[in-house]
Design a protein around this ligand. Structure first.
Ligand code: NDP
Length: 505
């Protein structure tokens, strides 16, 4: 084996000098002939790859999922069979901040898990919240632009953020969680995470159920107040990354219990609201958590760029026994995530070791930038072919998915069962007084720079979720209660019209 400490150039030839440029005379200019110097500068210029548009700031670790229970009646996925142990890589992230952003911002946390299963990679790409702001992928880029930088000032803008959020009432549930104490976790180890979307599971008999994935921390929920987070951020922007890394180095491996919520196709048809709407949750009392096993993180990456930055996830990566659902937001992400990785890392990003499956990959893609394996040699590049290469495996086909209705641009708000405020209200009602006070305090602080009309819009949404929630927020913001109550009697369009003016008192 080569001595790793000896310097060579980019193609393995020894480098004689790595500190002194070749100059024309002892005080003369550098010459083009210093090709190693040119190579160093040129490579350095290209070391930064495009950052993720969202979830740019992240930390990752390896671990395993151990299945301790028997859920084989629900799914044939080998990764979820009793006793199965599967290696995984997990990346935590914030959403809005860029790659250099501080860890302790008020934001939701992305949690993307890549399970290296015997049947190929399964990526579960969720968050530390069981729900999301929006439910139609049409709003996806707009949400992200609203929480990112203002085009004129180049600064993050509370006004843009809250203006957008309050114009889409379905955001209310996720806003409530984000402004609650859980909006700034004490560490990644101290938060739950969720697959968020409704997925499907199907068993050996190809019987389908709808499913939501939950991961509950075994370290206990712990959160930071705004004041604690500000004090930490002043001295340490990498606080959560450091905590995770050091805990794993100490041998304190964080664990989460994995659970499923299951809804039958029949229950879904009768459910009182759209079970595929990501802005809602399925109540625990009606759909109790079913234990699956334990997810543990136990190994730090050797190299941040190679493993964390280059890790790539897409919810499109599922394995037999796990499938999608009609969730229209999930359907959009099935395209958007893989496409983001093709742009960011290139079309062959699944060949990067952290993304590589542990089983043979025979997808018969050819060529493309940075194709570094044998490119399938001389095997046929087309299918079908008489040599029998690249035969589809019909035995893993999932059962047909029943759908209903004509193709159309449906607005979920036209669905009489749609209630954008029930879930946020339910959360308010499960909170104790300490949690409620924090929610009001955090919301009022976040909305302080925002114009009155937008403050009214949100207070009305809170009032519709629970009168006490709206009343407490109105008091904290100094809004007139009579105006909140009058606005709460309007329909959605009426409320928007009445709250368009930034000069509203
Ligand atoms: P339950 O009383 O059965 O469950 C309440 C849930 O709320 C628990 O999972 C609890 O998590 C969680 N919770 C408590 N405080 C917060 C917070 N500040 N932010 C986010 N989650 C919190 O009630 P329901 O199932 O009827 O749901 C009521 C509301 O609870 C929902 O509208 C939703 O906002 C929230 N919730 C529901 C979940 C679900 O899948 N049903 C999942 C997570 C939240 P823990 O037990 O870990 O403390």
């Amino acid at each position: 084996m080569a001595d790793i400490k000896k310097l060579t150039n980019e193609v393995g030839a020894p480098v004689a000098d790595n500190e002194h440029s070749i100059t024309a005379g002892p005080r003369g200019p550098v010459v083009m002939q210093d090709v190693w110097l040119m190579e160093k500068m040129a490579h350095f210029n290209r070391e930064v790859i495009p950052e993720r548009r969202m979830h740019a700031k992240g930390w990752g670790a390896y671990g395993k999922l151990k299945v301790t229970q028997d859920v084989s009646r629900l799914t044939k996925a080998k990764v979820l069979q009793p006793g199965a142990e599967t290696e995984l890589f997990l990346r935590f992230s914030t959403v809005a901040g860029e790659r250099g952003a501080a860890d302790c911002e008020r934001d939701i946390r992305g949690v993307a898990v890549k399970f290296y299963t015997q049947e190929g990679n399964w990526d579960l790409v969720g968050n530390n919240t069981p729900t999301f702001f929006i439910r139609d992928v049409h709003n996806f880029s707009d949400l992200n632009r609203a929480v990112k930088r203002d085009p004129k000032t180049g600064r993050r803008s509370a006004q843009n953020n809250w203006d957008f959020w309050t114009l889409l009432p379905e955001c209310h549930h996720q806003i409530t969680i984000t402004m609650s104490e859980r909006g700034i976790p004490a560490s990644f180890r101290n938060m739950n995470f969720y697959g968020e979307h409704t997925f499907s599971l199907y068993n050996q008999q190809n019987e389908r159920v709808w499913c939501k994935f939950h991961f509950k921390t075994k370290q206990g929920i712990r959160c930071l107040t705004n004041e604690e987070a500000a004090a930490i951020t002043a001295v340490d922007r990498e606080y959560h990354g450091k905590d995770l890394y050091e805990a794993i180095e100490r041998g304190e491996y964080p664990q989460w219990g994995m659970y499923l919520q299951i809804m039958t196709e029949e229950q879904a048809r009768k459910h009182y609201e759209n079970p595929f709407d990501i802005t809602k949750v399925w109540p625990h009392k009606e759909f109790p958590l079913i234990e699956v096993g334990v997810l543990e993180l136990n190994r730090n990456p050797e190299n941040y760029f190679a493993e964390v930055e280059q890790s790539a996830f897409t919810p499109a990566h599922v394995v037999p026994g796990i499938g999608f659902s009609p969730d229209r937001f999930l359907q959009g992400r099935l395209f958007a995530y893989g496409d983001a990785q093709r742009y960011r890392l290139g079309v062959n990003h699944n060949h990067i070791p952290v993304n590589q499956a542990k089983v043979p990959v025979q997808e018969y893609h050819r060529d493309g930038a940075m194709r570094v394996d044998g490119n399938y040699g001389g095997t046929p590049a087309y299918s079908p072919n008489s040599a029998g290469y690249w035969t589809a495996q019909a035995e893993v086909a999932e059962p047909p998915m029943p759908l209903e209705g004509a193709m159309w641009r449906y607005d979920p708000k036209d669905d009489p069962t749609d209630d954008c405020f029930r879930a946020g209200g339910n959360l308010w009602r499960v909170m104790d007084e300490r949690q409620r006070a924090l929610l009001i305090h955090n919301t009022a602080a976040d909305m302080a720079p925002v114009t009155r009309n937008v403050q009214y819009r949100h207070a009305v949404h809170c009032y519709l979720a629970d009168p006490a929630y709206g009343t407490r927020l109105a008091e904290a913001l100094g809004l007139r209660m009579a105006t909140v109550e009058a606005l709460a009697r309007l329909d959605h369009q009426g409320l928007i019209q009445a709250t368009l003016s930034g000069t509203m008192e």
